[in-house]
Design a protein around this ligand. Structure first.
Ligand SMILES: [Zn+2]
Length: 149
């Protein structure tokens, strides 16, 4: 089994598997240097596309360097991510067939104002945005508060 990067219907490029993957398999590690969120904001300010993975502690991000950074978001994904012994793994949550595009749910948080982070995953369960359900609620609350003021 190998992973390849090629053009995707979801977003510019995506990550595909050339072989079958079993549910539960650790597919690939999200690799790259770890930098502080503040530093990432500095170096990528104004950049439309970044390949940052927010770590659980909320202070550091991985500046993607490897095939995993090309895995697109889906609201109905075939993978999930987990931090195990300080490493981030992409894990299959169902059996995946050769040729399928790998996806996981980005569950974005910390939304920037005026950035709707639109989702084009095309699944029936699509939220229309890559933000997590919690973040969607947070933004809605903020909006209502500002509207009332
Ligand atoms: Zn979607």
């Amino acid at each position: 089994m190998a992973l390849i990067v090629r053009s995707s219907d979801i977003h510019a490029a995506g990550c595909y598997t050339t072989g079958n993957i079993r549910k539960g398999a650790m597919v690939v590690e999200y690799t790259g240097p770890r930098i502080s969120k503040e530093h990432a904001d500095e170096i990528y300010e104004g950049r439309a596309t970044t390949y940052l993975f927010g770590l659980r502690d909320g202070r550091e991000v991985i500046d993607g360097h490897g095939v995993a950074m090309f895995i697109n978001h889906s609201c109905d994904p075939n993978c999930e991510t987990d931090e195990i012994d300080d490493r981030v793994w992409v894990i299959a949550i169902r059996d995946i067939k050769a040729g399928e595009e790998l996806t996981y749910d980005y569950m974005l948080y910390d939304g920037a104002e005026n950035d709707p982070a639109p989702c084009y995953c095309g699944s029936k369960k699509c939220r229309g945005t890559m933000y997590s359900p919690e973040e969607i609620r947070r933004q809605r609350r903020l909006k209502n508060k500002n509207g009332a003021a």
